[in-house]
Design a protein around this ligand. Structure first.
Ligand SMILES: *[C@@H]1O[C@H](CO)[C@@H](O)[C@H](O)[C@H]1NC(C)=O
Ligand SMILES: *[C@@H]1O[C@H](CO)[C@@H](O)[C@H](O)[C@H]1NC(C)=O
Ligand SMILES: *[C@@H]1O[C@H](CO)[C@@H](O)[C@H](O)[C@H]1NC(C)=O
Ligand SMILES: *[C@@H]1O[C@H](CO)[C@@H](O)[C@H](O)[C@H]1NC(C)=O
Length: 380
């Protein structure tokens, strides 16, 4: 076993990037205590805009007024996933990649410009195996029946837990055997989920990488309003594919505002990302903080890596602290340091010029180097 791993490491070090990938479906049977919202989604642009205006006003009690008690939800679902490994065989470590709002699992292995922007290519080249999946409710994973009271962060974390446990005990059909180590990597809403998973189940992961993330709640209204969200029925590429209660940016202007840093992207990439954009369920957006409202119990290594021009988590400037609860921190990412008291290590990295959608910016090589150097430094 040791010999084999050494051989693989040597191979990964010298091989030109070549990866083997396949798509498959993962059945999960999960339950969670969701929040009951008294909100009946309406298929109307005015309804969606009014909802965000009501939710984002300072001092607003609207969210509270529609928030009811907890309700246990249960369901059998299928998760759409892609497993990749180096040509020579599986890596010692598996990275589980959870995308954020606006995209699907292709965010991690994006075909645009001949995979120029692919994180999976970089990770596989560095000797890792990867498992990316469409979040529950999105793209090729089951959409569920209720975008308000079913598709919520709590249930989505249970989907991630179920999948991770299958990987850990070697029972996930489509993923070979067991791995020495597991790393959870998230982007944005996927980072919120990875934070929640590794806090609630600290033994399920060796390291967590939270990309496009901070624990500054101040800037979410910019994202909510700047996205120009509309019901999916108003968005040509999504019309008919999702139920009422899913919303997406109306045009590339919303996608640009939410995900791209000025000067850090190609306009063709913005166009492509808009065409392949995915919606969010209202149940996800009614509670974006989710499990990040409290300190983490995670004991492994932690990296937060976020673009300096990130809109939702930094307001477009991570080092301006004038709006933060603790203005003495060096930047918004540092707010998380005290929340990872039990972690083996904590690193916060700001990517100059990058927007919220790190993988889609010209700066992506800096982001990927930051992520892979962190893992190497932690001997993972
Ligand atoms: C939901 O909450 C109840 C009461 O605290 C608890 O007994 C139950 O196990 C929880 N269900 C899940 C799926 O977490
Ligand atoms: C998690 O790991 C710790 C330390 O290795 C151990 O003490 C604990 O029992 C584990 N918890 C579970 C739920 O497996
Ligand atoms: C970000 O904020 C810092 C601190 O207020 C300021 O010095 C810097 O110029 C700002 N950066 C940009 C790009 O506006
Ligand atoms: C590919 O990525 C590099 C590094 O960011 C960038 O300089 C180049 O413009 C990208 N190519 C395309 C076609 O987007």
């Amino acid at each position: 076993m040791v010999k084999l791993n050494l051989a693989l490491a040597a191979l990964a070090g010298t091989a030109v990037t070549a990866k083997k990938c396949h798509d498959f479906k993962i059945p999960v049977s999960i339950s969670a205590n969701n929040t009951e919202f008294s909100l009946k989604p309406v298929d109307s642009e005015v309804f969606v805009t009014n909802l965000f205006l009501r939710m984002t006003a300072p001092g607003s009690t609207y969210s509270k007024s529609i928030t009811g008690g907890m309700k246990e939800v249960h369901g059998d679902y299928e998760l759409a996933a892609t497993y990749c490994q180096p040509d020579g065989g599986p890596g010692k470590t598996l990275q589980i990649l959870t995308h954020g709002v606006g995209f699907d699992r292709t965010y991690w292995d994006y075909p645009f410009a001949n995979y120029n922007y692919s994180y999976v290519n970089e990770a596989v080249h560095a000797g890792y195996s990867t498992l990316s999946w469409d979040r529950l409710g999105i793209a090729e994973s089951s959409h569920g029946k209720d975008p308000v009271n079913e598709i919520q962060v709590t249930l989505e974390i249970q989907a991630l837990r179920a999948m991770t446990e299958m990987v850990k005990d070697g029972s996930l059909c489509g993923v070979p055997g067991k791995f020495n180590k597991l790393v959870h990597v998230g982007h944005s809403f996927g980072s919120i989920m990875s934070y929640g998973l590794t806090s609630m189940y600290p033994n399920l992961s060796d390291a967590v990488i939270l990309t496009g993330f901070s624990q500054a709640p101040n800037y979410m209204p910019l994202f909510a309003l700047g996205g120009n969200f509309a019901p999916v029925s108003s968005v040509d590429t999504l019309k008919g594919k999702y139920a009422t209660g899913y919303i997406a940016p109306f045009s590339s202007i919303g996608v640009h505002t939410q995900f791209f840093g000025p000067g850090d992207f190609s306009e063709e990439m913005l166009d492509d990302a808009t065409k392949h954009g995915q919606p969010a369920a209202l149940g996800e957006l009614l509670n974006t903080a989710g499990p990040t409202g409290k300190p983490s119990n995670f004991k492994g290594d932690v990296l937060i890596i976020t673009g300096d021009a990130d809109l939702p988590f930094c307001g477009g400037n991570c080092t301006d602290t004038s709006m933060l609860k603790d203005m003495s921190v060096a930047n918004a990412l540092e707010l998380s340091r005290p929340n990872f008291k039990e972690a083996k290590s904590f690193t916060a990295t700001i990517v100059p010029g990058a927007g919220h959608g790190l993988n889609f910016g010209y700066s992506h090589p800096v982001t990927y180097k930051g992520m892979l150097d962190f893992l190497k430094g932690a001997s993972i």
